[in-house]
Design a protein around this ligand. Sequence first.
Ligand code: SF4
Length: 92
Amino acid sequence: MTLPDLASEIQKPEPEEIDEKIQLGLHYLAHNAGLKGRPSGNERCSNCRYYLEPDEPLSYCWHMKLRILVDDDWWCRWWQGNEWGLTEAPSK
Ligand code: SF4
């Protein structure tokens, strides 16, 4: 008696249609914003007024054309200085 080949019977996870739809939408947003996964000089998400939680390494960007999670070291063309200028948020 041979055992069933369990590895071939277990389905590998695959992206679904909804994932491709979301990916396309995010790609469009990122392209419009010129979103980069790195700072531009001293400008970065963590010192932008739209970065909701300046002390967190990942936070929500509330810019009306984005409204996505971003990394504190990213940057986009809609960057605007926060109330502390180019510095990081004051430590608590
Ligand atoms: S507007 Fe741009 S630079 Fe500012 S937090 Fe959002 S993605 Fe980052």
